[in-house]
Design a protein around this ligand. Sequence first.
Ligand SMILES: Nc1ncnc2c1ncn2[C@@H]1O[C@H](COP(=O)(O)OP(=O)(O)OP(=O)(O)O)[C@@H](O)[C@H]1O
Length: 245
Amino acid sequence: MTLLTLTQMSVNLRGRSVLTDVNLTVSAGEVVGLIGRNGVGKTTLMRAALGLIPASGHSSLADMSANARARAAAWMPQTREIAWPVSVADLVALGRLPHDDNAQAPVEAALAHMALGPLRNRRATNLSGGEQARALIARALAQETPLLMADEPISGLDPAHQIATMEVFAGIAAAGRGVMLTLHDIGLAARHCTRLVILSDGGVLADGPPGEVLTPANLAQAFGISAFHADSPDGPVFQPLRRVT
Ligand SMILES: Nc1ncnc2c1ncn2[C@@H]1O[C@H](COP(=O)(O)OP(=O)(O)OP(=O)(O)O)[C@@H](O)[C@H]1O
């Protein structure tokens, strides 16, 4: 089942073209990693896909009413602002707002997924940056939407929580939902995403399984780097090595 379809999507910001004619789908069962240099347009693509900023072309989510969209896709933005000093458990429960219910099971499951049990009664505004990120991921998980879109959800997390979070994403994809996230760690992207989309020069440079898109030529063009690559029993290993011109 297709959860997001972008057709010929283009975005101009303040008169400058950021994205041109992007075509993309995200289907159930996928963890799609959106990667590319700083400023290439990853956040812009996600925000336009959600209808949060104007775009030309078509996004299946942007067409929906705000309420329907909130039941179709959860969104974790890059800026991790927690406005009120509510408890972690209450913050996560806000994920249920689009459903207008007080269902506790999804909230408890999300708290457990993100190992937030010991922090559930702490004020969310008093958490460390990484802990706040985990609480906001949990809020998005509690929304129980077919699609989860997250902008750099694992940046600032320690290695164990990065791996655990990617495993949570893999788990919800395996359960028939879909995840689209941006990330800068090519090693984690290669290891945990089922598909990678590389943005470069305002468009999609490559789209496919990590081992197929993380070629030396694509890494050089998209990031200006070379990387070590090996296939291990735990999956592909990519380690950026040096800048290339
Ligand atoms: N509100 C805005 N007005 C004008 N330009 C903007 C605006 N928001 C973003 N941009 C520009 O659009 C381009 C794409 O920004 P975007 O945030 O999508 O990049 P990104 O790939 O997510 O970057 P990063 O990896 O640094 O998070 C950048 O050049 C940025 O400066």
